[in-house]
Every structure is written in C-alpha cells, then in structure tokens.
Design a protein around this ligand. Sequence first.
Ligand SMILES: Cc1cc2nc3c(=O)[nH]c(=O)nc-3n(C[C@H](O)[C@H](O)[C@H](O)COP(=O)(O)OP(=O)(O)OC[C@H]3O[C@@H](n4cnc5c(N)ncnc54)[C@H](O)[C@@H]3O)c2cc1C
Length: 432
Amino acid sequence: MADWSRRRFLQLAGLSGAASLNGCAGIVSKSNSKAHVVVVGGGFGGAIAAKTLRQLDAGIKVTLIEPKASYITCPGSNWLFAGLTNIKNLSVDYRALSADYGINLVSDSVTRVDAERRRVMVAGGEAIAYDRLVMAPGIDFRWDTLPGYGEASAQIFPHAWQAGPQTLLLQQQIQAMNDGGVVVISVPAEPYRCPPGPYERASMIAWWLKQHKPKSKIIILDAKRSFSKQKLFEAGWAKHFGCGTANSLIEWQSIADNPLVGLDAQTGTLTTDFGDKIRGQVLNIIPPQQAGRIARESGLTDASGWCPVEPQSGRSKFHETIHVIGDAAHYAPIPKSAFAANSEAKACALAVVALLNGRPLPEVHWLNTCYSLITPRHGISVAGVYKLDAERNIGMVKGAGGVSRLGDEQAAILEAGYAGGAYLSLVRDSFG
Ligand SMILES: Cc1cc2nc3c(=O)[nH]c(=O)nc-3n(C[C@H](O)[C@H](O)[C@H](O)COP(=O)(O)OP(=O)(O)OC[C@H]3O[C@@H](n4cnc5c(N)ncnc54)[C@H](O)[C@@H]3O)c2cc1C
C-alpha cells in the first residue's frame, strides 16, 4: 500500500468513532421519544452499538442482554499460544458500560424473538419489549460438515474459535505434545470469522514450538486456494520457521480439490476425498460457521446461514424493526472481524437514532483493519475502507487500505507494536 493511503487509513481508523458522531451532528440529540432499544449479545458488535446509541442520544433507553459476566476476546487469543498473554488479560466485563453510559444490563440469554409484538424472551422467563432490536449474537459452528466430528469431539479436537476454555485446551495439548509431534490446523472455506486468524495461530504456535519442541511440525489443511496476507505470512514463515526448506515448521496445503471427508476420532486421523490420511497429535479443527443460533431461530438468516441486511442501517431484510451487526450479518466484502463489527455497530447506531427521530439515514463509511503477529517482533496488517456503490451495495474504496509492504523489516517491528495498541484501543472503545 502506498504510504499516503496507509497514513490516510490510520487517520480515518483513529477517528472512526469520533468521525461518525461529528459527521452526524444533526442527529445527535437527547430525544423525548423515550424509545427503548434492546441489543442482544455483548461481544465487540453489541457492546459498541449499545454504547454509541447512548452517546448519540441520551434520551434512548438501551438494554444490553448478554449471558456472560466476563467476555473473553478472540482478538489476542492466538498470542496466548506464544506465551504472550493469558486468559485474564483477554477478559473484559460490562461494568463501565453500565456505570458510565447508563446501559441497562441483563445477564441472560435471549431464547426467542417475537418480532410481531416487538419483544424478546430471556431464559429467566422475562419478556422485554423494544422499539428497535439490534442483534449481535456472533457465530455458531456447522457441526454436520465433517463426518466423525461434532460438538462432543470438539472437546478432544478443539476449534478454539470462540476464546475461553477451548483456547486453553488447545494450548494444553500443544504443551503436552512430544517434541516431533504434528499439529494439524484445518481451515474452512470463507466466510468465517477473522480470515487471517488461522495463519496467525500457526505462526504463534510455531514460535513456541521453535523454542520448546523444535522437531515438531504444523500442517495447515486449507479448504481455500489462497489466504489473507498470504505473501506476507509466507515470507515471515520462510524467515522465522524455515518455510520452503525440508525442515519447515509450517506446511500449508490447499485441499480445495481434495476436501476432508472424515475424522477417525480414535486415531486422530483425517481422511481426504482422494483417500489421503493425515494424522496429528493435536488436531485444531476450525469448522465452517453460520450466524448465532438466536439469529437463525428468529428467521433472520437466509440459505447461506448468515443474516442479510440493508447495509446503510443494518436493518434485517426480513424484519423492519430488527438490525443485525457483526459476524452474524452479511456485510461482504467487509470481512468478519471485531474491527468491522465495531464499524458496523457505529453505522447501525447512527441509523437507529435517525429512524427513531424521524430523520434520514446518514451516509457512512466502514473501516476494517486486522493486525497479525508472525513473531512477537514481526507484525503485518491488512486494512480496508468501504462505502455504498451506485447500486447501494458495499464496495471497497479504491486506493484506501491495503496490506503491509513486503520485506520492510523496520515496519514489521513497528507493526508488531501497533498490533498490541490496536487491540487495547479496540477493547477500550468497545467495553470501556
Ligand atoms: C482466533 C481469533 C482471532 C481473532 N483476531 C481478531 C483480530 O485480531 N482483530 C479483529 O478485528 N478480529 C479478530 N477476530 C474476530 C472477532 O473475534 C470477531 O469478528 C468478533 O468477535 C465479532 O463480534 P460479534 O459481536 O459479532 O460476535 P462475538 O464477539 O462472538 O459476540 C457475540 C456475543 O453474543 C452473545 N450471545 C449469543 N447468543 C446470545 C443470546 N441468545 N442471547 C444473548 N447473548 C447472546 C455471546 O455470548 C457473545 O458474547 C478473531 C477471531 C478469532 C477466532
């Protein structure tokens, strides 16, 4: 990416929240409507949507429904495999959202959405009425895609694609493995959350293995033919992990033409369509994904398993008063990331406030950036700016965003530092 466009992107990214609010000063108000907006899911999308709604219009009552008292961030969770962080550092709670922004917190799960009567039911039995509903339930896995693998076997072959106990299980398995063992990471076809995540994970595991179990190997079985930031990852793997030599710690294989057809859980062996057998001491199987269950059961998904939305407002294509943001929603070509969920949430909050106050929808841009660590001192990034095109579909703004420059060692060191800073500022913006 040209220097000017990276700088421009970073300016935009740094200002994303403020720019949205300042740019729409016309709709910032304390309305008298006493409207009630309910937000389902307190992940990166739901938390910032709730906070932004309150920042934009303190007249709106906002209720955030989330079952977990503590949310463990997926961003940063790959760093745990290299020993750079721990679960405590990755955990956030909702106290600031409640105390500083006046958000009404309900610690429960939504079990049903009654779109006709505009209310949600929670597991505790309460019915909560809303004027507008913002759904941000994240992802669920498609457990039926690999014979032999299911929800129960994820306790033996962890996906670690929802951070928490699964992340720790995978870490324990890697630490318990013999030197000379094989870690297999299977990567689904897109769309899935965090496109570069599997390759950062391989890098972080390789970094740890290199120091503790250097005879070991990581095999990535990829349902795709290519992947995000591929040239940068491969250059980093060549530099640090012997990629391209007989002793490479990481081996990437596309299995797009030879997909996985089964898992033998007894032996930890994966079989491909052509009958190849791949055995690993540790199998990190990342299954294909779909929108979180409550979105599917509420009739918000289409045949793809994701929620189609009218992008400018995040309004569901199936329910006029329901908005969907974050990983559960279909905002392609914007990738499914926490940064993107943040941007979608802000755009959605602006739209909700406009709709509640009878004002036209504001024009918005969406931003995404994703840093990945190859080693603790080698970072890379991808960034993109998006806006509606002439057909009102989301398109990428040409000349804005891009990827890190290949072979720029100084920049790689700086980007490793930016990765930590970007993580902290995203967490603070969303939950602080
Ligand atoms: C290993 C890994 C690394 C990643 N790294 C990055 C990164 O570096 N940068 C980045 O931008 N993104 C990263 N991501 C992606 C990021 O984690 C997701 O895109 C982001 O969490 C999406 O936010 P969300 O709010 O849509 O969903 P989530 O964060 O999953 O939040 C959904 C919330 O909804 C709640 N919920 C679900 N159902 C209900 C219900 N019925 N009632 C009430 N609440 C409910 C859940 O408890 C959960 O808290 C990474 C992902 C992974 C797996």
